[in-house]
Design a protein around this ligand. Structure first.
Ligand SMILES: [Zn+2]
Length: 412
């Protein structure tokens, strides 16, 4: 962004980030799982920040912090701005928190300028985005979208604590989840700012990027079965080596992900049996994770992987099976909100850059409720889910200015 400023907004963002980063369940590193003591403290801190910014705020039945400010047309559909304040284990401080804090900073700035948005603005700090503690899927944002699954309440964490009991201990209300569903007619849209969690903006030397779509995902369990044998005595031509076959398949997966636009494909787990230095591998279980912003492209990619792996298995005399266990469609972001974000980015002197999101976000759930869009902020080295996560005060400032411009263009 070309306009030099004194970075007041960026500094304010960093102060709030610092404030929230104090709340952790593990001394010495940031871990803030859904409904933990640290989550409660962070929710209270967020509540305080919202109230200081002039928002009418509360912590809802599932632990999300929600703050609202009326616009000059109080009955107009509201604009939601948010992200999450839960974290992974040993997390960075910006993932999620940045989007919450930016929403608060924008409201603060508008009020300081004496500007009232035309429509009401609601800031939300969701609590269950990372889905680390309980077997849920974006439960707190799904609740706003009217998609809370009551079976989630019976899900247990690794200590055997049910979500329902953790929620009561937190001060929430398991029976209140259904009542959190919002009326889509009352919402103009949802904006989420998030660190990119990838290296593209840094490579392009850009502070922010506009998300075109959140990638759809296929996940599958695969197995290859060959035959064990003595690593010293079975000639190479007579082997049915399961791991050598999987090595070829990993190459197939890598090529399938690399030869298309915006796709990624990964083998993240491979377990070898029996797993001994002098035994030809008999069986390998491995995983496939394939993503694309375009569902048809993803489906074609997975089909190609299956066909080529079957052919490789046949050539090598091993058995190959694949069992998909998760299929999540892509979430395109709203074109009109994207156009508003483009205008906001341009007004600050930069050409808008579009990218897809490889990671899931609360915006996936919120897009069910209302038009949704996301702005990514450059993060150092593309690193996230890691204490080394880092953004600059300049980029935080740029993101705040883009968001203010976007709000001014949307809340009219
Ligand atoms: Zn996040």
């Amino acid at each position: 962004m070309t306009n030099a400023t004194d970075l007041i907004l960026g500094r304010r963002v960093m102060t709030m980030i610092e404030d929230l980063a104090q709340h952790t369940d593990e001394p010495g590193r940031l871990t803030r799982l859904y409904l933990s003591k640290a989550h409660r403290k962070a929710a209270e801190a967020t509540l305080r920040l919202m109230q200081e910014a002039g928002l009418d705020a509360h912590i809802d039945a599932l632990g999300s912090v929600v703050g609202r400010i009326d616009g000059s047309h109080p009955d107009a559909p509201a604009l939601l701005i948010g992200s999450h304040i839960d974290s992974v284990v040993d997390a960075g401080r910006y993932d999620g928190n940045l989007g919450v804090v930016l929403g608060i900073v924008v409201v603060e700035a508008l009020r300081q300028q004496g500007l009232a948005p035309a429509c009401p603005i609601e800031i939300v700090a969701f609590g269950d985005e990372e889905n680390v503690r309980f077997p849920t899927n974006l439960s707190t944002s799904q609740a706003l979208a009217g998609r809370f699954n009551p079976a989630w309440l019976d899900g247990r964490d690794q200590d055997g604590i049910a979500l329902r009991d953790a929620l009561i201990a937190f001060g929430g209300d398991p029976e209140g989840a259904a009542g959190l569903a919002r009326d889509p007619a009352r919402y103009r849209g949802y904006l989420e700012v998030h660190i990119e969690q990838g290296p593209l903006l840094e490579a392009k030397d850009l502070p922010v990027g506009i998300v075109s779509a959140i990638n759809g995902i296929t996940r599958a369990r695969c197995s290859v079965t060959g035959e064990a044998g003595h690593a010293g005595t079975v000639p190479m031509s007579m082997r049915r080596d399961a791991l050598a076959a999987v090595a070829e398949m990993i190459g197939i997966v890598e090529r399938a992900g690399s030869t298309r636009t915006d796709t990624v494909a990964t083998v993240g787990v491979a377990q070898v049996q029996p797993g001994a230095i002098n035994v030809i591998p008999a069986r390998v279980d491995f995983t496939l994770d394939a993503r694309s912003p375009d569902d048809a492209v993803r489906e074609a990619m997975v089909q190609d992987i299956v066909t080529e792996c079957q052919a490789a298995a046949q050539r090598r005399g091993v058995d190959f099976t694949i069992e998909p266990f998760m299929e999540s469609p892509a979430t395109p972001m709203d074109k009109e909100l994207i156009a508003r974000l483009e205008g906001a980015v341009r007004s600050l002197g930069t050409e808008p850059f579009h990218l897809s999101s490889g990671a899931g976000h609360d915006a996936v759930a919120m897009a069910i409720l209302c038009p949704s869009a996301m702005l990514f902020v450059r993060c150092k080295g593309g690193i996230s889910h890691n204490p080394a996560e880092s953004i600059t005060v300049e980029d935080a400032d740029a993101a705040a200015r883009v968001l203010i411009e976007a709000v001014n263009r949307i809340a009219v």
